[in-house]
Design a binder for this molecule. Structure first.
Ligand code: MRU
Length: 343
């Protein structure tokens, strides 16, 4: 099974998603700062993947530090935790993962080597859990997919957004493996083209039928009855059911509502910010050149034009049919169903 990010003998290794589909480039490092930069540049991207990568980055710092003094090592690790927290602001998984690592760093340890091992163990546990959780989301969600479905997805919520398997694509994968005859329609997902580059690459590799459309075609294909379900991932879900996901998700949800197409979100419970508030969500504003160019290769406008580049949007609960998690499906009323998944 392809793993987008891995721990290989004290180093972190990942597939550089910026190079897909042209090249399968694997990058390996023993430097936590290099992991932070990979998350910022989106070599590693997708909420669950960046959460696990950030935790593995702290584990690298534990390996790298030669300190025999437990307090000194603790301070070194907390600095790396803070660095990782500044990489990307919207996906809650990164903060969730770092909180887990931080609580291990802050716990009582009798020696530096005990602290070092505990941090590595916790990061590796999260890595393992992510694969299991995604498989489970697939199993749970596949029940919603019927023969003949044409499922629209947006951005990449597949292997390349998690450690393996994926959330939204995990559901599609599980349904396909269970023998359901389905077809996927993916948007290209401007400006970083996660749909065109990553979904098409992942789905074609497995022989799952896929058609690519530009983002602006969603209304037309829905109005023609060509979409029976929408499934997307999420970077953050805030009760009562706000879904923060790749820019363009909200537009698709509005169109799905207009055309009576069920709008499903697949995400691990670590993406749900219980007790969070929608007012406090920071929507990442990325480099304007992502919009001015096609993947930094070609300017498609006057290079000095002012640009808006919010990387995510917010879909309100009333547009969400259900949320598929590893612990079950949260249906309407979403708020109470989400809280039931908490423990
Ligand atoms: O900017 P990205 O590519 O990191 O955005 C990713 C998404 O919006 C995904 O849909 C989300 O993280 C879910 S991934 C399982």
């Amino acid at each position: 099974m392809l793993k987008s990010v891995e721990w290989v003998g004290g180093r972190v290794r990942w597939i550089n998603t910026l190079k897909i589909p042209w090249e399968e480039e694997y990058v390996e490092t023993e430097d936590p700062e290099r992991v932070a930069v990979a998350i910022e540049r989106m070599e590693i991207r997708g909420a669950p993947a960046i959460g696990v990568a950030a935790a593995l980055g702290v584990a690298l710092a534990a390996v790298k530090s030669r300190s025999e003094d437990v307090e000194k090592l603790r301070l070194d690790l907390l600095k790396v935790v803070e660095r990782m927290r500044r990489t990307r602001p919207t996906a809650v998984n990164i903060f969730w993962a770092l909180k887990r690592v931080e609580s291990v760093v802050k716990a009582d340890h009798s020696s530096a080597s005990e602290l070092r091992e505990a941090v590595i163990r916790e990061a590796l546990r999260m890595h393992e859990e992510d694969v299991e959780v995604n498989r489970r989301i697939g199993e749970v969600g596949a029940k919603l997919i019927e023969d003949g479905d044409r499922v629209l997805t947006h951005c990449n919520a597949g292997t390349l957004a998690t450690v393996a398997y994926g959330t939204a694509l995990g559901v599609i994968r599980a349904a396909w493996q269970a023998g359901r005859k389905i077809e996927v329609i993916t948007t290209e997902t401007r400006p970083m083209l996660q749909g065109a580059r990553l979904n098409v690459w992942e789905l074609m590799k497995e022989g799952i039928p896929v058609k690519l459309i530009t983002d602006s075609m969603v209304g037309y294909v829905m109005s023609k009855g060509m979409v029976s379900k929408v499934i997307v991932g999420a970077d953050r879900i805030v009760p009562p059911g706000y879904v923060i996901n790749k820019i363009g998700t909200y537009t698709i949800a509005v169109l799905a509502d207009r055309h009576r197409v069920p709008f499903y979100v697949a995400a691990p419970t670590s993406t749900i910010e219980f007790g969070g508030s929608i007012e406090r969500v920071v929507i990442e504003e990325r480099n304007p050149d992502e919009v001015r160019t096609v993947l930094s290769k070609l300017y498609i406008t006057v290079p000095t034009v002012e640009v808006l580049n919010p990387a995510f949007d917010i879909t309100p609960p009333e547009l969400v049919t259900a949320i598929i998690t590893e612990k079950g499906i949260a249906e309407k009323p979403l708020e109470s169903s989400l809280w039931r998944l908490k423990d």
